[in-house]
Design a protein around this ligand. Sequence first.
Ligand SMILES: *Cc1c(COP(=O)(O)O)cnc(C)c1O
Length: 364
Amino acid sequence: MKIPFGTLKRQYDMHKDEYENAVLESMRSGWYILGEKVSAFEEAFASYTGTNYSIGVGNGLDALIISIRALDIGIGDEVIVPANTFIASVMGVTINGATPIFVDCDKYSLIDVDKIEEKITAKTKAILPVHLYGQSCNMEKIMEIAKKNNLYVIEDCAQSHGATFKDEKTGTFGDISCFSFYPGKNLGCFGDGGAINTSDEKLYNRIKMLRNYGSEKKYHNKEVGYNSRLDEIQAAILLVKLRYLEELTIERENIAKKYLENINNENIKLPEISKNCRHVWHLFVIEVENRDKFQNYMQSKNIDTMIHYPIPPYLSEAYSYLNIKRGIYTNTEKLSERIVSLPIYNGMTNEEIFYVIESINNYK
Ligand SMILES: *Cc1c(COP(=O)(O)O)cnc(C)c1O
């Protein structure tokens, strides 16, 4: 049996006619940018998430860039970010000229909330928690620290559509939340897409302007903005998929549950889940001592695995100018050498799930 790391074909096939009709309808309408579909999706996604507003943008990185800009965070300012994250979370900060201040991760692979306060300085403007792999950060603690220190909170929800902390959805805690609809995300479109959610009307109006050349009214540009808009066809697709997101999430939870209950090998460390969270399993990440050996073994069983992520952002070439040495964020570095992501995708059959489990259990 051959098990891919992921495949989007199967979830496409589940609701094929609806996707195809939605795209056709959009194409035939003759209106392709900032039309009815984008507005309808923004309304539906804000309501799904539980914020007053949602603004569709070009992708998840743009959502971060525009959000940080909308909060007037830039040169000379500091933003607290997790050391363990996908590099886009950090780029959103540095593209605005601000400085990322890293905080090591905890046993959930998320920003360690007990190490945030020691990083706060007079320059700190915001905390940027990332709900990595589909599990929410401890938002209760983060909001408490932010309030006490008068900081903004920008949630990176690119991997956490539908995830909750104490029954509240990620994306509703902070001032602004950033989503990606990259095809492989839990709510993915068929190209690039993203959204910014907020309940603050002023921020909403500014972000709507910023995504469209800084203009509210055509050719009346109030500030230097961006061209970053979710397009009508992607919005039409997302409107269909959003209706099935709960179903798709439950399916991912069921796969994760089978992994958690049946993988039993002393060489494998399973992911830790906080009881305060609904984990939506964007990724199922295990730890193993000899990763190369394990990945080669899995490949010999025809099972694809991946690593999220092999190089912490602050050690990547792009951020060599920050001059951050190895050995400071030791939990993150240890993870980056041990983690492996297992296949988890909508449409994965029981036979496939148990083939992965059995293969792992036979690994020595
Ligand atoms: C995917 C991702 C992004 C960026 O989203 P794009 O749409 O690919 O630009 C940002 N942050 C995290 C945590 C992500 O996983």
